[in-house]
Design a protein around this ligand. Structure first.
Ligand SMILES: [Zn+2]
Length: 417
């Protein structure tokens, strides 16, 4: 039958032969069954040590799901042999198309995992008439393979951050590689504690940790402390994105309380729906938001003063010399300290406390891709949001490595997608 020819072309097995193809019924569906037998004079391999070993017995026939063809499920049927290995004892043989006890062939798992990068897992399951669990196993398989085979050499710049994941304010600590030529998710840890960040450095190992040249993070104390201890030689940078986020948070606070106060005092609700006008960068405003912003700017409000201070701060990033940038920063902080805007003053104090780490940004400006941490965080949020099905931490972890880890994949002799 033609299917045999196709299989030999795209999925050739060295020590096995596609013997017979037949159309059959399986679980009330029309399927193709492909019987596989060992090639004559080929030796079975021990699944434990991967060496040839003499045969012991043969188990009953097993079914391995292959990529469906024109909507028909395709199964490879094979009776696994057991071998009497001189080193490992009696073991099931190793077969090239499948892994351990899994029912799916490696090729099919790689195929499903490919689509799981582009669609949600539930969509993949429905598109290929398979179960969510099978898609999960497939992604898990491809991710474990990738994690074992990826290279962790030449990592010079990393970013460490925390990401809120799902409801209940659960946090993940994430570590990215942010080198210009290679940005990817390196590591994920549960929670956001000092122990978590230390686990990351343990994972990276002392040699690689000491090769780091740049480490980017927010100013959270345990991060700063752990980074200084584990990678003290690296230039520790407080990234622009973290500082802007801090400024925005304080504006948000000021605006919310002022809005409440105005309402309580019976004034016109001028600050209504201004949240994004004040938080977004001016060039990103929609026309409507811009009009709103221009109107509200005419009022002498705390929120507006805070907004203008934030806008002034933007100039800071345009400096080239860290020295001049430092002077600008000091002047800005002084102005904020006189502003009577308490949340903003808190930011200024934090900035003063971390002045050297902030100025490191100018020293490292060209060495790593700034803003990449922010971009990767956004992608993480998208991935976790897409994933109502991720009931466990394990699922989230696998999905994130799959989406952002840039993991290598097993080589295929034929690309099925
Ligand atoms: Zn063995």
């Amino acid at each position: 039958m033609l299917l045999k020819t196709i299989l030999n072309k795209c999925h050739k097995l060295k020590s096995f032969v596609y013997q017979n193809v037949e159309s059959a019924r399986y679980r009330s569906t029309d399927v193709f069954n492909v019987t596989v037998v060992p090639r004559k004079n080929s030796h079975a391999l021990c699944s434990c040590c991967h060496n040839p070993a003499p045969g012991y017995d043969t188990l009953s026939e097993r079914r391995f799901e292959f990529i469906p063809l024109w909507g028909y499920p395709v199964f490879l049927l094979y009776s696994m042999r057991r071998v009497q290995c001189s080193t490992c004892g009696v073991k099931v043989e190793e077969v090239p198309w499948a892994d351990g006890k899994r029912e799916l062939t490696k090729t099919y798992m790689q195929y499903l995992a490919f689509w799981a990068k582009r669609l949600s897992w539930a969509e993949v399951a429905s598109a290929f008439h398979t179960s969510w669990e099978k898609v999960f196993y497939s992604v898990e398989y491809i991710v474990s393979w990738g994690l074992v085979h990826r290279s962790l050499d030449n990592i010079r710049a990393i970013g460490v951050d925390e990401v809120a994941c799902q409801k209940g304010h659960k946090y993940l600590t994430v570590a990215y590689q942010i080198d210009r030529n290679n940005t990817r998710l390196l590591w994920i840890g549960k929670d956001r504690t000092e122990a978590t960040i230390r686990k990351f450095f343990t994972f990276l190992g002392p040699v690689r940790s000491q090769q780091l040249e740049f480490v980017c993070s927010d100013m959270w104390k345990p991060y700063v402390k752990a980074i200084a201890e584990m990678a003290g030689q690296a230039l520790h940078i407080l990234d622009r994105f973290h500082i802007v986020a801090m400024l925005n948070k304080s504006i948000d606070e000021i605006r919310a309380s002022e809005h409440k106060q105005l309402q309580a005092d019976g004034y016109e609700p001028v600050l209504k729906k201004t949240r994004w006008c004040l938080l977004k960068r001016q060039e990103n405003l929609t026309e409507k938001e811009e009009i709103k912003l221009n109107t509200v700017l005419q009022y002498n409000l705390k929120s507006i003063r805070a907004y203008l201070l934030k806008e002034e701060f933007q100039v800071f990033w345009d400096y080239i010399s860290p020295n001049w940038a430092g002077k600008y920063l000091d002047r800005w902080c002084t102005r904020v300290m006189r502003s009577k805007l308490e949340p903003m003053k808190k930011v200024a104090k934090t900035i003063r406390r971390h002045r050297p780490l902030i100025l490191n940004w100018f020293k490292a400006k060209k060495a790593y891709s700034s803003g990449i941490v922010e971009g990767l965080n956004t992608k993480i949020k998208l991935t976790t949001r897409k994933s109502y099905g991720f009931r466990t931490y394990k699922c989230t972890e696998i999905a994130l490595y799959h989406a952002l880890g840039k993991l290598p994949e097993p080589e295929m002799t034929h690309r099925f997608y």
